[in-house]
Design a protein around this ligand. Structure first.
Ligand code: KIV
Ligand code: ZN
Length: 498
């Protein structure tokens, strides 16, 4: 008999806090439904008091999802808890996740308080949340740097006050795996009433140890893990769901099982990456493009003789199917619909017809349509409501000549045109654009995603544009890389010019 590990997904809360990764409510529902199909136990749907958008998302996700528990984050503040309870009212199973900083730096500098006062506030928040829901999780923020003896007192107090789950976040990603494991062990051994609650891990990846720390937490008694798809999250991110699921699936000797249907991992990983415009590093464990690519001669030879020589995971177990039908201009709607389904996207006939039309245009330009292309096509209507749209772009460039660009924009239906020269085709096009949009904008980052399938591939461009002290993120995808760059710039501008 293996021990059940609960998977608490925070892609839509901690993951979504990453600048530039914000999703709208429709996109969040799409991710939540895919998380449900993946088999996660708890979905942290947002921080309702933080914005009307977060509130609405928690409401809509609660309505859209059936069996996972829906969780809403709060501070240890009555108003936050009131708003969270209101947002959760449609959830079939609901949880309030409240908490406060427990490390000395948090107590002293953030709250200008004392250890005793923090315990009082923790008890009060837990009791208050229990008035609304039966399932209350308490987080001891910065538990990673909280002295174990004091942490045990906080954990004991909140369990006595009614917490059903206690979260031990390594908020700053500071702990060593041994240290984090020992912390969980200490709590398991020193907290009176620990059997009445589940201890949860919540590890950040600042030193690249989030997964190792989470594993140590579980091996020492934690039975819930807080994770995100692709390990996204603030700074260096959170523990990645797919790594934890596959570690315990591969290491049966640990005696830990989860409810995750691992064959859905690949689809949801691509979906989240695409919706959040957040490329996955090629060497990312489990879901990176190269995760199963054996390039050295010795490895290739071994894998061809028997995959077990170098592969510890069958790619099919995470939903990667080498025999998947390749999509080309001759593929029909059914094949496209099936590929979208594998990638976790369910669409109606009208949307399928619309994507299929774009699919045929793209298939005319390139031989094979990849999963990334399909995801871009599925998300293409994200720019339909743009205030500023690119009508046309013409660029002349070459070696030994200065590049020249002319472009046409449509701004709320009105047409504008401009031309400029520049230090290259993108520079020329952006200079022309700035003649129409008179704002002090600075291009801060410009990433062209690797093109992997030949010179006819769709180029994907991510940009960060600074305006008025804020950074705005833009994304563009086009078989013409200059057009993709201009589209990304325009996408970013649309976030601040309304
Ligand atoms: O990292 C952290 O401490 C958190 C808490 C709010 C749970 O995200
Ligand atoms: Zn966190």
């Amino acid at each position: 008999m293996s021990d059940r590990l609960f998977i608490f997904d925070t892609t839509l809360r901690d993951g979504e806090q990453v600048p530039g990764c914000q999703l709208n409510t429709v996109e969040k529902i799409q991710v939540a439904k895919a998380l449900e199909a993946l088999g996660v136990d708890i979905i942290e749907a947002g921080f309702p008091v933080s914005s009307p958008g977060d509130f609405k998302s928690v409401v809509e996700i609660s309505k859209a999802v059936t069996w996972p528990t829906i969780c809403a984050l709060t501070r240890a503040v009555e108003k936050d808890i009131d708003v969270a309870a209101e947002a959760l009212k449609f959830a079939k199973r609901s949880r309030i996740h409240t908490g406060i900083g427990t490390s000395d730096p948090h107590i002293k500098y953030k709250f200008n308080s004392t250890r005793e006062e923090i315990i009082e506030r923790a008890i009060a928040a837990t009791k208050y949340a229990r008035k609304f829901v039966d399932d209350v999780e308490f987080y001891c923020e910065d538990a990673g740097r909280t002295e174990n003896e004091y942490l045990a007192r906080v954990v004991e107090a909140v369990i006595k006050a009614g917490a059903t789950v206690v979260n031990i976040p390594d908020t700053t990603g500071y702990c060593l795996p041994d240290e984090y494991g020992a912390k969980i062990k200490y709590l398991m051994e020193h907290v009176d009433g620990i059997e009445k609650a589940i201890i949860s891990t919540h590890c950040h990846n600042d030193l690249g140890m989030a997964t190792a720390n989470t594993v140590q937490g579980v091996l020492n008694g934690a039975r819930q893990v807080e994770v995100t798809i692709n390990g996204i999250g603030e700074r260096a991110g959170n523990t990645s769901l797919e790594e934890i699921a596959m570690i315990f699936r591969s290491h049966k000797e640990c005696g830990i099982s989860t409810n995750i249907n691992t064959t859905k991992i690949y689809g949801i990983s691509r979906m989240v990456s695409s919706l959040m415009n957040m490329p996955i590093q090629p060497n990312k464990a489990i879901v990176g493009r190269n995760a199963f690519a054996h390039s050295s001669g010795i490895h290739q030879d071994g894998v061809l003789k028997n995959a077990q020589t170098y592969e510890i995971i069958d790619p099919k177990d995470v939903g990667i199917d080498d025999n998947a039908i390749v999509l080309t201009a001759r593929s029909g709607r059914a094949a496209l619909k099936h590929r979208l389904h594998v990638l976790g996207i369910e669409i109606n006939q009208e949307k399928l017809d619309q994507i299929y039309e774009d699919f045929l245009k793209l298939a005319d330009k390139k031989k094979e349509i990849t999963d990334d292309d399909v995801l871009v096509l599925a998300g293409a209507d994200r720019s339909m409501n743009h205030h500023i749209k690119l009508d046309y772009l013409q660029v002349t460039s070459g070696v030994g000549v200065r590049s020249v660009a002319s472009l046409g924009l449509s701004i709320a239906g009105e047409k504008f045109e401009a031309a400029s020269s520049g230090n290259g085709p993108v520079d020329a096009a952006i200079k022309a654009l700035k003649q129409i949009i008179h704002r002090q904008m600075v291009l801060k980052e410009f990433t062209i995603q690797a093109i992997s399938k030949g010179s006819d591939d769709v180029g994907k461009v991510h940009m960060q544009v600074e305006y008025d002290g804020h950074v705005y993120y833009g994304f563009g995808a086009n078989t013409d890389i200059i057009a993709a760059s201009v589209e990304a710039y325009i996408d970013a501008i649309n976030k601040f010019v309304k």
